[in-house]
Write a protein that binds this ligand. Structure first.
Ligand code: ATP
Length: 597
């Protein structure tokens, strides 16, 4: 397939935000891809060149892309920057400037130059080679290669190449929508998406799933299973706000575990080689050499996948340290030094692969027993505190013990026959019950920064108020939920200003807002915010069309930044409209009940 064909499709996608229309547009183009192309096309459409766990990212700094555009367009950097400022989008700016160039050079070169019509695979290979350039002078080489590329292709192609290299593709195509389009392209219906999704949740590799689908069909996709060193999409939990609700959800009996406030880690081991994956399926092995060593010391078996939470731990006082400590370990430099300063402990809570087969379909009790077969507890590797309960009194006792021991709450887990590991799903087979939720007037949400207003007085020259959004999984869009101005230290405001300034963008079509914002950003930075109550709002668009009056939305009252930038969630994994709606309905039921008492 010609890359130009794909770009025409991207261009059409940009013009609509109707989900079904987007699925149709995309699937019409995907139909024309070969089985060799479809994997790469799927990645490019998500703005990537490799799955996250491969760890090769393109993401050129914008200033490097500007340099490439300056060279390719033959203009001065000043003039490029002026256009960029006016237009506000690097892709569009490139298209415009290179179009001007193409027209003028056409007058000079008429027949000498052959038209350059690259195939998708050729572009993918070039982008891959740019991503892999490293070492001395690699920045210059990247700029030159990119500049050479965009000066040869059509302006429309340059638009999307520039967006892809800077991580700003912004087509509004999330993985969910892509999977629907793949389903439609191959089977004629969106309905088979769940088969594709099931496979994707087991290998976190959309290119592999798409290639299998095109080469061998849906039946083989159905057979894609867990493999060591391919991360599995993590299972997530819903919230409950009382022990009554917890026990009710599980029909009278449940397993409880402490809920550790750290980083989720999926541990893959084969031939005594260890790899660690984050909650976002990124390879984090190199950041935690100590954890790899602890795992090797604790293993009784080889060839397995287990899961747990890694926390910073004070071994002298025998107590968990707050989240801020572990978050300092998430770095790529000075790892050795930080390892000495911040010791870690891992609490394992699940086993997902063992004895050459997937355990995802096994129930909770079976998986937990496999975990004990695989690992021997050591000082650094422990199993999560766990108990089985059948009454609210037992739940309350365990819950209070967890809080006393400095943990943030408990997890309730189904012990049904069918309590399989639901990869990539946030269901009610796992629930979380945190101290925050007991007091109904405080709850925390992971929201993405969509826009900002400049501050006044002491905050002049920085952003003072932030417009935050949640994610609408069904529609693949962000919806506004609150504006937050409290909870920030001066230093935090400084650093938000720096980080966000490089993410300034036009409001994208995947942001549904009826509010204006002085500045809009790429939806990338996720922050944790606590709030007092969820109320009906005529301004915010969260849960619009789900309430009695479809015009109304939901908003968070008295929001406050908790100080936590959430790095282990992608913007698509933040608090969803569905979760907020559930919390709102729970909250309303409680008010109704207490009014009736
Ligand atoms: P929160 O923001 O409340 O920490 P989250 O949105 O990050 O939660 P949830 O699915 O809502 O993720 O809560 C489950 C998370 O809690 C898991 O992703 C895991 O990282 C962590 N966790 C801590 N202890 C446990 C445990 N015993 N079992 C499962 N998950 C645990």
């Amino acid at each position: 397939m010609l890359f130009y064909e794909l770009c025409k499709c991207y261009n059409l996608l940009e013009k609509t935000r109707k989900k079904l229309e987007m699925v149709d547009i995309l699937s019409n183009t995907l139909k024309n891809a070969s089985s060799k192309e479809i994997g790469k096309i799927s990645l490019l459409t998500l703005g990537k060149i490799h799955p996250d766990f491969i760890g090769i990212e393109l993401m050129l700094a914008e200033r490097m892309a500007i340099k490439a555009l300056t060279m390719a367009s033959g203009r001065s950097e000043k003039s490029v920057l002026k256009y960029l400022e006016e237009i506000g989008d690097l892709g569009e700016t490139s298209q415009k400037l290179l179009k001007g160039k193409t027209q003028s050079s056409l007058l000079v070169f008429t027949q000498q130059e052959e038209k350059y019509e690259p195939e998708v695979l050729e572009i993918w290979n070039l982008l891959d080679s740019i991503a892999k350039m490293s070492g001395d002078g690699s920045s210059d080489r990247k700029i030159r290669t990119l500049s050479g590329l965009i000066s040869r292709v059509q302006p429309l192609e340059a638009r999307y190449i520039m967006r892809i290299v800077c991580g700003q593709l912004r087509l509004g195509v999330a993985t969910q929508l892509l999977m629907e389009a793949l389903s439609k392209a191959v089977t004629g219906s969106r309905e088979n998406k769940h088969i594709i999704e099931r496979a994707y949740n087991r290998c976190a590799d959309i290119s592999k799933v798409a290639e299998t689908l095109y080469e061998e069909g849906l039946e083989t996709v159905q057979k894609i299973d867990v493999q060591v060193f391919n991360p599995i999409k993590v299972m997530l939990a819903q919230r409950v706000s009382s022990s009554d609700e917890l026990i009710e959800r599980f029909g009278g009996k449940s397993a409880l575990e402490y809920k550790y406030d750290g980083l989720r880690v999926q541990v893959h081991v084969k031939d005594r080689k260890v790899k660690l994956f984050s909650r976002r399926s990124e390879d984090i092995t190199n950041q935690f050499p100590d954890v790899c060593k602890y795992i090797l010391e604790a293993l009784k078996e080889d060839n397995f996948i287990v899961e747990g939470e890694v926390v910073a731990y004070d071994y002298e006082k025998d107590k968990i340290l707050p989240f801020q400590h572990i978050s300092q370990r998430k770095r790529k430099h000075n790892i050795e030094q930080k390892m000495m300063e911040i010791p870690l402990r891992v609490f394992l809570f699940d086993a997902l692969f063992f004895n050459g087969k997937s355990l995802l379909e096994s129930n909770y009790i079976e998986r937990r027993s496999s975990l004990h077969q695989i690992i021997e507890e050591t000082k650094n590797i422990q199993f999560s505190h766990q108990t089985l309960v059948s009454s609210t009194d037992e739940i309350e006792a365990f819950f209070h013990q967890a809080l006393e021991d400095n943990y943030e709450g408990i997890m309730g887990k189904s012990i049904d026959e069918n309590s399989s590991y639901q990869a990539g799903t946030r269901g009610f087979s796992w629930v979380k019950y945190k101290a925050d939720y007991v007091d109904n007037l405080s709850d925390s949400f992971d929201l993405v920064i969509l826009g900002a207003e400049y501050g006044k007085g002491k905050r002049a020259g920085k952003y003072g108020t932030f417009l935050l959004g949640c994610f609408d999984i069904d529609e693949g869009v962000y919806r506004t939920f609150t504006r937050v101005a409290t909870g920030f230290s001066d230093d935090e405001l400084d650093s938000f200003y720096t980080i966000l300034s490089s993410l300034k963008a036009d409001k994208t079509k995947d942001v549904i807002s009826s509010l204006n914002s002085s500045v809009w950003f790429e939806p990338k930075i996720v922050v944790e915010v606590s709030g007092a109550e969820i109320t009906v709002s005529q301004k915010h668009t969260c849960a619009q069309n789900h309430l009695e009056n479809p015009q109304n939305g939901l908003a968070l009252r008295f929001p406050r930044f908790t100080g936590r930038i959430v790095e282990d969630k992608s913007p698509e994994e933040i608090t969803s409209v569905e979760e907020i709606l559930t919390i709102y309905l729970n909250q309303r039921n409680k008010i109704d009940v207490s009014n009736n008492v």
